[in-house]
Design a protein around this ligand. Structure first.
Ligand code: AMP
Ligand code: GLY
Length: 432
């Protein structure tokens, strides 16, 4: 089989790493890839951008690609699913209609309402004055979200009315996120621990992956600005695997039914970002793809053949029996460039990746890296995700951090508490 993976982050490295180990896979093409994907066997880099839909379709046609796997949301919202379908090329991802679940927060809210999904109370506003009135009337805390894609930055959790009004001005008047701010969703602030719940979907059937937890804040103790994610682990004790079936029934299958009824059956991974509140889980957002960095620990745990799962999704014959996992938890720590998610330096050389990879149960996934003449350099905010399997979550954490000590990169930063919440929860459960 010939597979085309689209993207250049840690998630895509994990996808490529897993896919090139699947039965019958001859070549994995990656557009455009990174320093890590270049280091995997039977991988060919393709210098195409993730948003060049036509060029990607042309390439897939010319190279007789058997399966296309878009990593990030952008090509999906731009309609790569539709374009590949028109060309008759199997694509593991939703069409543009389904991708609006992630591409428009207002659309996601509308579908959630139709499907009866538990979520924060909210209003959608296109008028700045009305949005301000609503904020004054409701009072803080409130959450303000730009409607469209904003690279994970379009959400402001406002502790005061003044902060909420400032966010509205930034988003709606100053267009801090461009046209994404033409509409905002203003929603109730929810308290609790977050969890990532992902399902493989074939249009009608949803099969859960084990739960995971991301760490969105830049610094220890969930402080500092929001990032793309500074580390993740699976399973997340806040969402036990035993509850996965009930959760899929509550937050995923009703959405599949709505989309199918709209004439757009959802194929790919549907990811619900959950807040586990004292009154039950509520959906914060949907993503229409694997999470980054959740994908890295999740794929290390996946025991089954990922190509077979993806092909079954595309062909509408997914079955729970096709998906199995190692019992061992996995945990990944992101090594970022200093300053991320603000301005950060590039070009720093990285050494020690091979030594870390040599440790049993450890895999270093690359995000923003380049490999030239055997030298790996940092090229992005998130640079590596050092991921480890362990017999316990604590052991996975120890192994990931021990592996990290082998890696040297000037001007780097990382969180030292990835997995802490999960470990504390397990300890508390044990002592009860
Ligand atoms: P989103 O992109 O919608 O997942 O939002 C990004 C982050 O903002 C989430 O991971 C939460 O930490 C936070 N957030 C979003 N919505 C809410 C909410 N209604 N209440 C509290 N925090 C929220
Ligand atoms: N890790 C969060 C995301 O991928 O959106």
């Amino acid at each position: 089989m010939r597979i085309l993976v689209i993207g250049s982050g840690g998630r895509e490295h994990a996808l490529v790493w897993k896919l090139c180990r699947c039965e019958g896979v001859e070549t994995v093409f990656v557009a455009p890839g990174n320093g890590g994907t270049l280091g995997e066997e039977n991988v060919v880099h393709v210098p195409l951008a993730v948003d060049g839909i036509e060029a990607l379709v042309d390439f897939a046609r010319k190279e007789s690609i058997d399966l296309v796997v878009p990593g990030p949301e952008l090509p999906l919202t731009l309609g790569i699913g539709d374009a590949m379908a028109r060309a008759g090329i199997p694509c593991f991802g939703p069409d543009a209609y389904g991708a609006r679940l992630e591409g428009s927060k207002a659309f996601a809210k509308e579908i959630m309402q139709r499907a009866g999904i538990p979520t924060a109370e909210s209003v959608v506003c296109t008028d700045y004055a009305r949005a301000c009135d609503y904020v004054r009337e409701k009072g803080a805390p409130l959450v303000i979200k730009a409607d469209g894609l904003a690279a994970g930055k379009g959400v402001v959790v406002a502790a005061t009315v003044v902060e909420a009004l400032a966010a509205l001005e930034e988003i709606m008047c100053k267009k801090a996120f461009g046209a994404s701010g033409d509409r905002v969703v203003i929603e109730e602030f929810l308290e609790g621990e977050e969890a990532s719940f992902l399902c493989f979907c074939d249009g009608t059937t949803a099969v859960p992956l084990p739960s995971a937890q991301d760490h969105k804040a830049a610094f220890d103790g969930d402080s500092g600005p929001n990032t793309g994610g500074m580390g993740a682990y699976s399973p997340a004790p806040v969402l036990p695997d035993a509850d996965a079936g009930v959760m899929a029934e509550r937050v995923i299958r009703p959405i599949l039914r709505e989309l199918a009824a709209d004439g757009h059956p959802f194929v790919g991974v549907l990811y619900a970002g959950l807040m586990m509140t004292s009154t039950g889980p509520k959906v914060l957002e949907y993503n229409v793809r694997f999470g980054d960095p959740e994908c890295q620990p999740l794929l290390m745990r996946l025991d089954s053949d990922l190509v077979q799962i993806m092909m079954a999704c595309v062909q509408g014959r997914l079955d729970a029996g096709m998906v199995s996992y190692h019992a061992q938890p996995a945990l990944g720590v992101v090594l970022a460039a200093r300053g991320y998610p603000g301005n950060y330096p590039k070009g720093m050389p990285i050494v020690g990746i091979e030594e870390a990879n040599y440790l049993p149960g450890v895999k270093v996934f690359h995000s923003g890296t380049k490999r030239e003449n055997g030298v790996v350099t940092a090229q992005g905010g998130r640079v590596l995700c050092i991921t480890a399997l362990g017999d316990t979550l604590e052991e996975a954490q120890e192994k990931a951090y021990a592996a990290l000590t082998h890696i040297e990169m000037p001007e780097s930063q990382f969180r030292t508490d990835i997995g802490r919440k999960g470990i504390l929860r397990l300890q508390k459960q044990k002592s009860q």
